[in-house]
Design a protein around this ligand. Structure first.
Ligand SMILES: Cc1cc2nc3c(=O)[nH]c(=O)nc-3n(C[C@H](O)[C@H](O)[C@H](O)COP(=O)(O)O)c2cc1C
Length: 382
């Protein structure tokens, strides 16, 4: 077993993370929107998929490799963008990028990461993708895309599902605000989690280092700068401009509406991450699995389809592939791992998924991950 047997699943890491780190950091990652029913719906969407095992097959050898945009990855799970990543565990972003590089799986860096994009690309350029929150100012957008190109990122992911900031009740109650302030709750929580507090002190308070150069002078408040940084709704015109500035794979994330996908395909977008931001934006949004289930064949034929929001096990990655998503991403899995075990958590999560995907394929009698398709799904209603 290549992982610590005390935490054999993402669910175990989640329980451990809740004890190990301050509640404001845990809630930031774990929380959803409103009553958090959308987050639950995401999980239900995966749990619902039934796969009938096929026996009478030798499954000694299984191949879980997966190909995306003409590049082979060790298996079909990546780390999606998580803003303010170093708040959950100091140094999380660099640790995850390095772990992804050595495991040969994609790592997507957020525009609102707390580590410089140039530093991440330097450490993991081979598997690194960049996620863009499209800046309101075209000049800033051009400059960031230039930096991303120069740094050597492999793909550009444009996130659509935050037209405006979300009201997340757990964050409000915890007093989480910009710039990061030491309120009485945050001081108390830091005191009772001394390991986290010490590491944060050593590492420095997390900051939006990639976008700070574009702040309008020292007098502009950080909260105002960040909340006004991105476009209030990315337009097709902007997307067209991004396409003309970026030659590599262009992916849209957070997309849920078929017509949006067809319009984007016409502009030359290469792929989609079907996602609802992990149930953090719109309570009534369809689960990512429901969106995937309803995608017309035309979209599958013309673009690469990936998924996130609710993936927690290797079984989910197999379910997603059988339903038509070539690749899965899981944000909270990796951050529960880091919260539970610090640096070691990144590899723990990678090895749990590698093991679970392999075992699931063997259990269902499938030798090659890439052979999975809808014929494996036995829900009567599909
Ligand atoms: C704490 C947190 C921060 C996030 N920050 C970003 C971000 O900066 N950019 C982005 O495109 N998505 C962001 N997301 C969404 C994730 O990329 C991903 O879509 C989501 O985590 C998937 O759901 P899951 O956590 O259930 O796997 C964030 C998600 C979480 C939990």
């Amino acid at each position: 077993m290549k992982y610590d047997s005390r935490y054999p699943s993402v669910a175990d890491l989640k329980l451990r993370a809740k004890k190990q780190i301050p509640n404001f950091a845990y809630d930031y990652v774990d929380g959803g929107i409103d009553e958090e029913l959308g987050k639950k719906r995401n999980r239900d969407g995966f749990d619902e998929i039934i796969i009938t095992p096929r026996y009478l097959t030798d499954v000694t050898y299984t191949n879980i490799e997966s190909e995306l945009f003409d590049r082979k990855y060790s298996f079909a799970l990546g780390v999606p963008p998580i803003g303010l990543g170093n708040m959950m565990w100091p140094g999380a972003e660099l640790t995850l990028a390095q772990a992804a590089q050595s495991a040969n799986i994609p790592y997507v860096l957020s525009t609102f990461s707390t580590t410089l994009l140039e530093e991440i690309a330097d450490q993991s350029g081979d598997v690194c993708w960049f996620q863009l929150y499209v800046p309101k100012k075209q000049s800033v957008m051009k400059e960031i895309i230039e930096r991303v190109k120069k740094a050597g990122f492999n793909a550009l992911v444009v996130t659509l599902d935050i037209p405006v900031g979300a009201k997340r009740n757990r964050e409000i109650k915890n007093g989480l605000q910009l710039p990061f302030r030491f309120t009485p709750n945050i001081i108390w929580q830091s005191m009772i989690h001394p390991q986290w507090a010490l590491k944060t002190l050593m590492h420095g308070a997390p900051d939006f280092v990639n976008v700070l150069p574009y702040k309008e002078g020292p007098d502009q408040r950080l909260s105002e700068f960040i909340s006004n940084f991105s476009m209030a709704g990315v337009t097709l015109e902007r997307l067209r401009e991004i396409r003309s500035l970026w030659d590599g794979p262009l992916i849209l994330k957070g997309i849920q509406y078929g017509q949006n996908m067809l319009d984007a395909i016409n502009l030359g977008v290469d792929g989609f991450i079907v996602s609802n931001h992990g149930g953090r934006q719109l309570e009534a949004a369809p689960s990512s699995m429901q969106t995937l289930k309803e995608l017309p064949d035309e979209i599958h034929q013309k673009a690469t389809i990936m998924i996130d929001s609710g993936v927690r096990t290797g079984m989910d990655v197999v379910r997603a592939k059988a339903m038509g998503a070539d690749f899965s991403f899981s944000g909270r899995s990796f951050f529960y791992g880091m919260g539970a075990m610090g640096k070691k958590g990144a590899n723990q999560v990678i090895e749990i998924y590698r093991d679970e995907i392999t075992r699931t394929l063997q259990q269902i009698g499938c030798n090659e991950f890439k052979q999975l398709d809808r014929s494996w799904v036995s829900n009567p209603s599909f």
